[in-house]
Ligand binder design. Structure first.
Ligand code: ATP
Ligand code: MG
Length: 565
């Protein structure tokens, strides 16, 4: 392709809201353009990259027997009512009406549609297993669409669904999908980890996320320095802390006056005691479909409440903060709350079970209880704490470390949740009608495009690898008025083009400096520079990744280029 004919509207200007390199460069390099909050158009270069990612995903999936379909984007709400998700999904689900006042949703994911497709057509275990997928637009009305393609509202995802006669077979497919997704991400050249994950609103039992390591990631991932344990911080667990260096105070369950001593820091100062022996209370409002209530969570003073664990512990739609006024109205004395409080749902972190000699609130203004025992306390115990850097691994005792990651894929062992609610059954080997056992698998195609750049860029622009680069080589004519330069470059261009190579000829009437800046911003893997030295029989090849320039004989140029692209 000739550069002058390509629609690549590059700019020097950073978009106002763009803080991440992928967002800045994809816009500045003319790959995408913003249409509205979380809405992006793909320009020619962006479309090529998207198609390349898509092709790799499809190739790997088809190799292991998955079959591509394409489902409707606009979905009748009746299906979502059948599964119960029409009301449960929350405000990320965009609901709309047609002219006849029928309800629809813009698909954020397609469990319902796929189950509906299969339930009337697959009747016997003999037709199983089946793994169907699509690569298509999704819409989620994200609360904070940001970071360009990383968190859009309209985006492109591969979503796949598998149907099985047994849990064992579904787990076999789940393991196969884990391998396949790993291979896809390896082929894209990304550094990633597969981690245990929370199953969120989609539901199901086991789930794994594919996390690309990046400082700009929104997810925290916990990994062991010694073994292969890895988990999203939302579900990560650790070895229980065995012993503690310092001792607690010796005193038996007594009220102790603590005037205005409320926070963990104040209590720790007041008692000259490590926060390990203090009980921290976190009050939240749990929002359910039909009601809301205040829930009190208790963890050690030196631990933090993990919000997703807390949400799962109460089984609510959402947990929100409560302010002091709301607590007062409910009759709760902030700063002095203890686990013996009555009339509220209280959930205690399981590491506190059986702990002794603790200090907690007395549920009375200006009083705490010193020497409190959890031993005989009748409360709910759940895993609530957030793993911290340096904690010990539950598998091997090694040190846990926390790093930032971007979730690019998520696979779930779904079970029968959707087949049951949507009444999707098949006849098993004994002729008995049984719900399908399902798995579901998602990978973000448009997010991957941004992730490629998060991991591969420098201060000049993007760096594409050959697998995903829109073009492999940019032939830059330094001075197009120089006939010799023009003809030499054009000949190489025609020759490479006839061999089917993905190349661009930059024959624009622009200065050399301008063209090289575009090359660096756009990030084609290589440039061939045809300039002044051509008279002496020399041209240069630039490697975008290393910015290394090598001079070669012009009559060897074609040969050299064919070696690298
Ligand atoms: P996140 O935790 O980042 O919001 P999610 O858990 O909601 O993602 P899934 O429902 O597991 O996402 O969707 C599967 C994949 O779809 C994700 O791994 C991600 O690659 C992609 N994806 C999800 N939401 C978005 C979005 N708003 N913009 C772009 N890609 C997305
Ligand atoms: Mg997810």
């Amino acid at each position: 392709m000739k550069f002058s004919r390509l629609f690549i509207p590059t700019t020097k200007q950073n978009p106002n809201d763009a803080t991440l390199p992928s967002h800045q460069y994809l816009i500045r390099g003319g790959f995408i353009s913003q249409l509205g909050a979380g809405l992006y158009n793909y320009l020619p270069l962006g479309k090529i990259v998207l198609d390349k990612i898509r092709a790799i995903v499809k190739d790997e999936l088809d190799k292991v027997g998955c079959q591509e379909t394409m489902l409707n984007f606009v979905t009748p709400a009746s299906l979502w009512r059948e599964s119960g998700r029409f009301d449960k999904f929350g405000s990320e689900l965009l609901r709309l009406k047609d002219r006849k006042n029928n309800d629809f949703v813009l698909s954020p994911t397609n469990e319902e549609t796929m189950v509906d497709l299969v339930r009337n057509r697959v009747k016997s275990y003999k037709q199983l297993p089946l793994n169907l997928y699509q690569i298509h637009t999704k819409f989620r009305d994200e609360a904070r669409p940001r970071f360009g393609l990383l968190r859009g509202r309209e985006f492109i995802m591969k979503d796949g669904y598998s149907f099985h006669e047994s849990t064992e077979d579904m787990q076999r497919e789940f393991a196969l999908m884990e391998q396949t997704y790993s291979r896809i991400i390896e082929r894209l050249g990304l550094d990633f980890r597969v981690v245990e994950a929370d199953s969120g609103a989609i539901g199901g039992s086991g789930s794994r996320e594919f996390m690309v390591l990046s400082e700009n990631g929104e997810d925290d991932i916990v990994s062991c320095a010694n073994c292969d344990y890895g988990a999203n911080i939302e579900t990560a667990i650790r070895a229980k802390k065995q012993r503690f260096e310092t001792e607690s105070v010796e005193m038996n369950g007594g009220r102790f006056q603590t005037i205005d001593v409320k926070t963990i820091e104040e209590l720790s100062d007041f008692f000259k005691l490590d926060a390990h022996y203090l009980v921290k209370t976190i009050a939240k409002k749990a929002i359910y479909e039909d009601r809301e209530e205040i829930v009190l969570f208790f963890v050690r003073g030196n631990e933090n409440l993990q919000e997703v664990k807390a949400l799962n512990a109460v089984g609510a739609l959402e947990l929100v903060d409560v302010n002091e006024d709301e607590l007062r109205e409910a009759g709760i004395i902030a700063g002095f709350i203890g686990p013996q409080i009555e009339g509220f749902r209280t959930i205690v972190d399981c590491e506190l079970e059986n702990s002794e000699k603790m200090i907690c609130g007395a549920n009375e203004k200006d009083y705490h209880i010193v020497g409190f025992d959890f031993v005989a306390l009748n409360v709910e115990y759940k895993d609530l704490i957030e793993v911290q850097q340096g904690d010990s691994c539950k598998n091997c005792g090694g040190q846990l470390k926390i790093s930032k990651g971007i979730e690019v894929g998520h696979i779930f062992q779904l079970g029968t949740q959707y087949s049951k609610s949507l009444n999707a059954n098949f006849l098993d080997q004994n002729g008995k009608s049984t719900p399908f056992v399902m798995g579901t698998y998602g990978i973000g195609i448009s997010r991957l495009m941004a992730v490629m750049i998060e991991q591969n860029h420098d201060d000049k622009g993007m760096i594409w690898n050959p697998q995903t680069a829109p073009y492999q080589l940019d032939i830059i004519i330094s001075n197009i008025k120089d006939k010799e330069q023009f003809e030499f470059a054009n000949n190489i261009y025609e020759e490479l083009k006839s061999r089917g190579k993905e190349i661009v000829l930059d024959e624009r009437k622009e200065r050399y400096g301008f063209k090289i800046k575009d090359f660096e911003l756009i990030g084609f893997p290589y440039a061939l520079i045809v300039g002044k030295n051509l008279k002496d029989g020399q041209v240069e090849i630039v490697n975008r990744k290393t910015l290394e320039k090598i001079t070669i004989n012009s009559d060897k140029a074609l040969e050299e280029i064919l070696k690298i692209i």
